[in-house]
Design a protein around this ligand. Structure first.
Ligand code: BEZ
Length: 392
């Protein structure tokens, strides 16, 4: 049919059909994939934020600086581990910088603010540390993924270990916010199911490091063992204070692995022999981990820790999504589907995601030896968070 003989609406439709496939599928859109880091770069968790960013950037560098065929551009906000500033900080990345994905954060309270903004804007969110149970529980969503753990997981694993040692009366101590409280809840669930009893739950506000009152109370309670959650700078101070109070060889101390990950250089002799549970550790002896450690050490002149691994795996997860759509991050449903189906070849050991988008992974038992959290066994294999309240 001659072109001029078409009525106007038909002509418009023909033009649209001719154009549509080119615009939507055949080629990646122009421009870069925009990644927004919302992480702590100051305060007690500053080193954790830097390790996550280092790990993420390392994986992208290994892909020639590209994901899904497109170059990656980074945006950064220091969240200061301050929950009050979280919605505003997340909005800067989502609305002002128009990022394709937010990668954040470390602190569970801050995470709640990011989750809110991500849900409201259907922005892809990859959580590279914060374990807040709600993010992959009642607030789970198609666009929210985690490359780390839920707070419940390492606590639950340690509850099993302590119960298996025949210890009966345990006191817990943590900062009073979701990460600590939910770790203790996981610990208690496993420990009490096997006949143990948490006789006292102690806490202090985040990020206080004046532990003396709690340490004195623990000494007077004389429990069989103590379970704690601390991380970053606060973990360094707690481990030193515990040893200085003379309790190190008197009351067995157990923790989720954050107590001794990335902190051993500063903790020194005070940390020797401490046992923790975590989804990463030293001496895993898998080829993927060996290569990762070598490349990380070359790039940053540092040994990686669990936070670096979680950052690296956040980038791997994003690569699975971006690769499936050849970098066209506007095809959100396809990005999410590919991420859901990903098998992440992690230095911690390969993992897949649960329906709620949380890693199903092994939790290792580790023991501090020199500057290492040496893996001594698997505390719980393929542990999945129960994802209570998630309706995906
Ligand atoms: C959290 O707030 O979820 C968290 C912080 C540091 C280490 C582990 C968990």
């Amino acid at each position: 049919m001659h072109r001029r003989s078409l009525p106007f609406p038909a002509l418009a439709l023909a033009a649209a059909l001719a154009w549509a496939p080119v615009a939507s599928h055949a080629q990646a859109p122009a421009g870069k994939v925009k990644v927004g880091f919302m992480l702590p770069y100051t305060g007690t968790y500053a080193a954790l934020g830097t390790a996550i960013e280092n790990g993420f950037r390392l994986y992208v560098q290994e892909q020639g600086g590209r994901l899904g065929g497109r170059e990656v551009e980074y945006f950064k906000v220091d969240d200061e581990s301050d929950p009050a500033k979280a919605p505003e900080n997340a909005s800067k990345l989502v609305k002002r910088d128009q990022v394709d994905v937010v990668v954040g954060t470390v602190h569970s309270g801050v995470q709640m603010g990011i989750v809110k903004v991500a849900r409201e804007n259907n922005t892809l969110l990859i959580i590279p540390n914060a374990g807040v149970d709600e993010a992959t529980g009642p607030l789970c969503a198609p666009n929210i993924f985690r490359s780390s753990f839920s707070n419940w997981q390492p606590g639950y694993a340690m509850g099993q270990v302590v119960a298996s040692r025949g210890l009966k009366r345990v006191v817990t101590l943590t900062w009073k916010y979701a990460a600590g409280e939910q770790s203790v809840k996981g610990f208690k669930e496993a420990f009490e199911a096997k006949g143990g009893k948490v006789v006292k739950e102690l806490s202090l506000p985040f990020p206080n490091v004046e532990f003396q009152a709690q340490i004195t109370e623990i000494a007077s309670l004389k429990p069989d063992a103590v379970f704690v959650f601390f991380a970053g700078g606060g973990a360094v101070k707690f481990v030193k204070d515990w040893a200085a109070a003379g309790l190190k060889d008197k009351i067995p101390l157990f923790a989720s692995g954050f107590l001794t990950d990335g902190t051993l250089e500063a903790q020194g002799a005070a940390a020797q022999g401490l046992e923790t549970t975590l989804h990463y550790g030293d001496g895993l002896a898998n080829a993927r981990d060996k290569a990762f450690r070598l490349e990380y050490a070359k790039a940053y002149k540092l040994q990686p820790d669990v936070y670096a691994v979680q950052g690296y795996d956040a980038a791997q997860l994003l690569a699975a999504g971006a690769g499936a759509v050849k970098g066209d991050m506007t095809r959100k449903a396809e990005v999410y589907k590919a991420m859901e189906a990903a098998r992440v070849d992690s230095p911690r050991g390969a993992f897949t995601l649960s329906k709620a988008h949380n890693p199903v992974q092994d939790f290792y038992l580790r023991k501090v030896d020199g500057r290492e959290n040496k893996v001594s066994g698997v505390a719980v294999r393929a542990l999945a968070d129960p994802a209570r309240g998630c309706r995906l």
